[in-house]
Design a binder for this molecule. Sequence first.
Ligand code: PLP
Length: 448
Amino acid sequence: MKLQGTMRINDKGHLEIGGCDTVELARRFGTPLYVLDEEHFRQNCRSYYRAFVEKYDGVVIYAGKTLLTLAICHIVAEEGLSLDVVSGGELYTARKARFPMERVYFHGNNKSVTELKMALDFKVGRIMVDNPYELEMLNRLAGEAGVCANIIMRLTPGVEAHTHEYIKTGQIDSKFGMVIANGQAMEAIKKALNMEHIRVRGLHCHIGSQIFELQSYAHAAEVMMGFAAGVRRETGWAPEEMNLGGGLGIYYAEGDEPRPVEAYAETVMQSIREQAQKHGLPVPRVMVEPGRSISGPAGTTLYTVGAVKEIPGIRKYVAVDGGMADNPRPAMYQSRYEALVANRAAEEPQETVSIAGKCCESGDMLIWDINLPAVNPGDILAVSATGAYNYSMSMNYNRLPRPAMVLVRDGEADVIVARETYEDLIRNDVVPERLVKRKVVQLAGAGY
Ligand SMILES: *Cc1c(COP(=O)(O)O)cnc(C)c1O
């Protein structure tokens, strides 16, 4: 496992994060446990802030869907970033954390009336309008509220980025955004520019996630600026803001080669400037929406090893006390992860094993074929790069309580999400009165 952020191996041979011994953390807070390296998270925010805000007066919008809690909102606000929310629930979280609402960007391909009203009521900075239906609805709701909604139009540029390559036409078939190629985007923007309660501030696209190929961003910028030139020719309007979404790739496992944020910023800015000049457009304020590349590498999950089962000549399964319920990514996307035995972190690998979760699904495997020192029940396994899309995608399958999350820094560990209890699991369960009565009869009949 690659040691990232403040990770190191201490003189006991234990993995340490944020100056905290992870074996101690496991003992004190239980497992599974999400551990968030505060310094690393902040450093990631700062790389973006320096590369885009300080250098180019851009805007960096943290994608809350990757990891959002009240404490995270505080850190993101403190680091000077804006916040991208995609639901009433994320918006509510930001509000409760007193995140500055003018720095909130509201995304989503099917926002409800209630969510849009909430966004207008909270006076969020921008609403990212995804489709013509939403545009009409928002114009009406803003009118009823007597306000003007600042919007950014989400477009589908026809650039689809993959991990190692990108295709230029694939992404037209997407549930997100308005298609440029077939004229839908142009039609919607003309409508929007004439709406009384809508002010169009800019354009948006998001071309994918876990991207290592920076050229795909340059290409997206080219398509978006080309479209902007077309809009200006037809309407006289030019975007003040150009939002190129998120997606920068991170290191999960061997073979992943993340690009530095600075290189990303240079590629994007150079392309935007060239295109502005080519089309005689004003250079828009550039916005990016990184999620994974801020929260992902800062998170580690600790598990306790339980049953170890060897099928001779085939495979050795090492089962841990979590799995797809706290990290659905391997089951959903065949995502790869690295791990180490936290209580024997300095030991050389001895055998190849596969890490199984504890859910009742054969697909609940966290890592296939990883080289580890001999693993025994009671060992603490640390899986790295779990900060993004883990807690935020976690679930209660098999009625497993969600793990706690601790924020570690300089030897201190603070719980920022409490471990769910069994009582939490049944909190919203309701037994109708008629079943209660019936149960009494049945129980009596069964001889209790
Ligand atoms: C998911 C998403 C992001 C963040 O993507 P990452 O890969 O986590 O950086 C940004 N913008 C939009 C619109 C998204 O859907």
